[in-house]
Design a protein around this ligand. Structure first.
Ligand SMILES: [Zn+2]
Length: 338
């Protein structure tokens, strides 16, 4: 399988994360990507650079003012007296009368959903390269590849049309889906990351041409908390085109694979012509961040079940945090999808 990867994706280094009220090192490290990359090389996959496709694929799903903010945010923040090297939001507007300010702290809060999206001097370079990779994978599939994998890092599925959130800045899965829509009338997205893909859901919630199915830990007790409930099923033209299948936090193979079966049935009913797989592997028992217990065999069975859809598939990497097993987990899955 072709693996789309750019070393530019290593340029983002968000140093901090707030966990249970404590500031700890961010688990969204550059090492995540190099562990996966190195395992894929060992498994014989070939690495290709993303195509240079410019801003058009990004602007097809993101607001122009938000993209402009991401490009300039770090420079604006650095001009702020006493600023840390990484811009970390600390205010978030809520309510109908909030308006967008011009200052760097206020803008950072406006365009971010939580504190897990620091912006460093390399952030734009990294997220732009990841987005180019996602669009490239979609183009390869549209051109006839059965499957292509974008090793996206930072991940993307928590990013909405105008908001960064949860280590995510640009929504790589949405970018890939929109790119596939240029060649296919009906596209489905399957999100198997252990966290709900709230950004992807938001982008396509009112659209009937892109189906979004997600399996994830129950948001009542688990990030991203406010989205991912089973009764969120889409609106307007998108009514019925969102399918959320939550399972209990801490679940192992059984509930995870049962949720997958439900999601795959929904995708089958939608009858798409192409698929985007938001491949997070943070439900793994080895994951230091996810708190779930899916085994290596569970992920192999997941991949085999997805392969039965027999759809042209663009895969984008979402979560999955650095452990000795991370790369092998992803490689094992791709071996069964390629
Ligand atoms: Zn996740």
């Amino acid at each position: 399988m072709q693996v789309i990867w750019s070393a530019k994706q290593l340029a983002h280094q968000g140093p901090r994360f707030v966990r249970a009220g404590q500031i700890v090192p961010s688990p969204e490290t550059a090492e995540r990507a190099t562990f996966i990359r190195d395992a894929l090389i060992r498994h014989g996959h070939s690495l290709v650079e993303p195509r240079e496709l410019g801003l058009a694929p990004i602007l097809s799903v993101h607001d122009a003012d938000f993209v402009s903010f991401l490009q300039s945010a770090h420079a604006g923040w650095s001009a702020f007296a006493g600023a840390d090297a990484a811009a970390m939001p600390n205010v978030h507007p809520r309510g109908p009368h909030a308006r967008r300010p011009s200052g760097p702290v206020g803008q950072l809060g406006w365009y971010t959903g939580d504190m897990a999206c620091e912006i460093t001097d390399g952030t734009w370079q990294a997220v732009y390269a990841a987005a180019q990779g996602a669009a490239t994978a979609a183009q390869l599939v549209a051109e006839g590849s059965a499957c292509a994998y974008a090793l996206c890092r930072p991940p993307g599925h928590h990013a909405g049309g105008d908001r960064a959130m949860g280590f995510c800045y640009l929504n790589n899965a949405a970018i890939a889906a929109q790119e596939l829509r240029r060649s296919f009338d009906r596209v489905a997205i399957l999100d198997v990351d252990v966290h709900h893909g709230n950004g992807t859901q938001e982008i396509f919630y009112r659209r009937g041409d892109v189906y979004f199915a997600s399996i994830h830990g129950d948001p009542d007790q688990y990030y991203p908390f406010y989205w991912g409930y089973a009764d969120q099923t889409g609106e307007g033209d998108g009514a019925g085109a969102t399918l959320n299948v939550p399972f209990l936090v801490g679940s192992g193979d059984g509930p995870f694979l049962a949720a997958l079966t439900t999601a795959l049935a929904g995708i089958h009913r939608f009858a798409p012509q192409a698929l985007v797989l938001s491949l997070g592997v943070d439900a793994s028992v080895h994951d230091p961040h996810g708190r779930h217990a899916v085994s290596d065999d569970g992920f192999r069975r997941m991949a085999e079940a997805i392969a039965t859809l027999k759809l042209p598939t663009a895969i984008v990497q979402e979560g999955g945090y650095a452990s000795a097993e991370l790369g092998e987990t992803v490689a094992d899955i791709l071996d069964r999808l390629g």
